[in-house]
Design a protein around this ligand. Structure first.
Ligand code: URA
Length: 243
């Protein structure tokens, strides 16, 4: 549900202020009825007309990007750093990243202009699993990994249960490679979880997002999600399983 004036502004009809005036002046119809109430909310299923012309709905687009390190996952940066948008083709739609990856984290990130989809993919209640591979300083004991698995106290509360697996370790360099799968997306969560067990992350990559991986892409490359993949992701968020 979006406010009517926002929908008009996003469709390029007029600025938000001018869109409000069009509504108040009785120039806008929703499903055939004139609406003058500014608080009115509409969905994509509603037919909106402005001065007799039906609004063209923005096409939803979905990209899967293999983010390299050194890019920020916002659409603009006040410090002038490169953003994930710099890696995608110029497209008409205003897309944004679904969740975020730190500047120094690489791996899979989805970009879309579909706000409802983004909510389904990121809100922890929908349980979409994201798998990370971390290279950490130190070789964590079993107990420490169990703590990460069960949930660990961070300054913004306990983390939800996670899946954790030691891939390998190297006694010479005193480092370990660990897989961790979580469905929350708090700020710098994985780094803070490893900090909490005294093994700071040296390198972090998001290897999968639900059933999606970066397979077939090099860092910095993107592809569109297929219609089937988008549907699968929705079903997964809404029912907890695919098929
Ligand atoms: N957790 C982090 O600490 N960083 C990321 O980029 C993603 C998850």
């Amino acid at each position: 549900m979006e406010r009517l004036q926002k929908v008009l502004a996003q469709a390029g009809v007029a600025s938000r202020r001018k869109a409000e005036k069009l509504i108040v002046d009785g120039m806008v119809k929703v499903n055939g009825k004139v609406v003058t109430e500014l608080g009115t909310k509409v969905t994509r299923a509603d037919r909106v007309e402005v001065q007799g012309v039906e609004l063209v709905k923005e096409q939803f687009v979905y990209y899967l990007l293999y983010k390299p390190r050194g890019y920020i996952s916002t659409v603009s940066d006040e410090k002038g750093r490169k953003t994930v948008l710099d890696l995608l083709p110029m497209i008409e739609q205003r897309i944004f990243p679904v969740g975020r990856l730190d500047f120094d984290t690489s791996g899979i990130i989805i970009m879309t202009n579909d706000g409802d989809f983004s909510y389904l993919m990121t809100h922890p209640k929908f349980g979409i699993q994201k798998k990370y591979v971390a290279k950490v300083k130190g070789i964590p004991e079993r107990d420490a990994l169990k703590k990460l698995e069960r949930g660990i106290e961070l300054e913004d509360g306990m983390t939800a249960p996670a899946r954790v697996k030691m891939q390998s370790f190297d006694k010479k360099t005193g480092t370990a490679i660990i897989e961790i799968t979580i469905h929350e997306g708090r700020n710098r969560q994985v780094r803070r979880m490893f900090d909490a067990i005294g093994c700071p992350v040296q390198k972090l990559r998001r290897e999968s997002f639900a059933m999606l991986t970066t397979s077939g892409l090099n860092a910095g490359e993107a592809r569109e999600l297929t219609t089937h993949e988008v549907k699968q992701l929705r079903v997964l968020a809404e029912t907890g399983k695919i098929g």
